[in-house]
Design a protein around this ligand. Sequence first.
Ligand SMILES: Cc1cc2nc3c(=O)[nH]c(=O)nc-3n(C[C@H](O)[C@H](O)[C@H](O)COP(=O)(O)OP(=O)(O)OC[C@H]3O[C@@H](n4cnc5c(N)ncnc54)[C@H](O)[C@@H]3O)c2cc1C
Length: 436
Amino acid sequence: MRILILGAGFAGVATARALERCLRADEAEITIVGRDNFSLFTPMLPEVSAGGLETRHIVTPVRAELRRARFVLADVAAIDLDARTVEVQHSITGAKQTLAYDQLVFALGSVTSTFGIPGVAEHALPLKTLEDAERLRNRAIASLELADVTTDPAERARLLTFVIVGGGYTGAEGTGEWIDLFHSITPYYRSFSPRDVRIVLIEAGPLLLAGLPPAMGRYTMKNLAARGVEIHLGDAVTSLDERAIHLASGTAIPTATVLWSAGVRPTPVVRNLPLQHARNGGIVVNRDFSVPDRPGVWALGDCAWIPMKAAGEWYPMTAQHAIREGPALARKIAAVLRGGATKPFDFTALGTMASLGGRRGVASLAGGPVITGFPAWFLWRTYYLSRLPGLDRKVRVALDWALGLLFRRDIAELRVYTQRAQERAARDAGLDPEAN
Ligand SMILES: Cc1cc2nc3c(=O)[nH]c(=O)nc-3n(C[C@H](O)[C@H](O)[C@H](O)COP(=O)(O)OP(=O)(O)OC[C@H]3O[C@@H](n4cnc5c(N)ncnc54)[C@H](O)[C@@H]3O)c2cc1C
């Protein structure tokens, strides 16, 4: 029996690891395909984008997480559900290979959604991948470098204006991290002071951290505003160009750096498959992750639209859920292979947490009160450090945090992202890399 898992992120790796435990080697051959040879711990990505953590410390090599499963470093190029084959293209050589399967698991995650707003794909910077984080940090530092040499006050003000779009987790955490970054590094620059840096957070809805307990959003708003962030609620972005971001209210904010964290959508690879898709493009599945009318095909994580027990509700796209869905799916596949029946997935979230930088955070534990300030921040760090895969990574991140108490953040502008990653980012954003 050949089980093929597409995507080596939270959901894919969790599924592969659990399958290794649930099934004997003679029962199934497990293969997992990922375009990178590491899985990325996204909850710590905002800290990487602001230089609070070393890039390498929040990734774990996929091969180190697996015991028996075979890992294929490749991009999924085409899927033939009738022939039960997947065409993959090696991430480095570009060589094509066809993989046949008996059971197929979609765990391909999501990409940043631009909602088709003019100029976003071209001028805003997402925060979804390691390259995104590195590029954001470089852009922020480059803007400070340019502001240091410009003699035009209006241009300097534009370069020193940093805009974050989207007041969800990523936007709120990214904003908090940027405050810390600028607080730490602006003293290196002689021609402006930390007070000259303007950070603007734009959210189309009426509250930050929408969908979470309102007290969390209110605390986040109070905390960020007290640290100097200009917050625009209920105002949507209409377009972006090289010099400014434009809002529905008619406001135009001159800026050179826009962090776009307004939402995600399932990866484009699954969009054109002859399957039922949800409004956001995700693969609609049954409560046991099986794809309707396609025996042996399953989907989970961000690329799936998974119904909850309560009618009309769906599981959110979070790492917390993806990690729980993986082992549940593995048990279901094992049951099917042994001729048994599957049970629906049922999981109650443990709670939600956001780190706001400045040793402040906000958290809501399931059924408990909202915790704010230092205790929430400490809880966030403790919990996510415990969830980071690999003891070596845990130690490295803990050391980064300890060193962060002693030293300023680094302003070396390293350009480590690869051409391959840039082409892929352009494709995900809906731009044709060949055209650039
Ligand atoms: C900045 C940020 C912060 C976040 N913070 C939190 C948090 O604090 N708590 C929380 O619970 N959630 C958080 N999330 C959400 C969380 O990261 C996602 O919900 C989670 O990653 C979903 O897991 P997944 O396995 O479905 O997708 P992913 O983890 O994204 O894995 C998908 C994998 O598939 C690979 N892939 C995609 N397309 C292809 C292809 N064509 N070929 C080959 N491989 C491919 C990707 O490279 C990736 O490795 C955060 C997300 C971001 C971006």
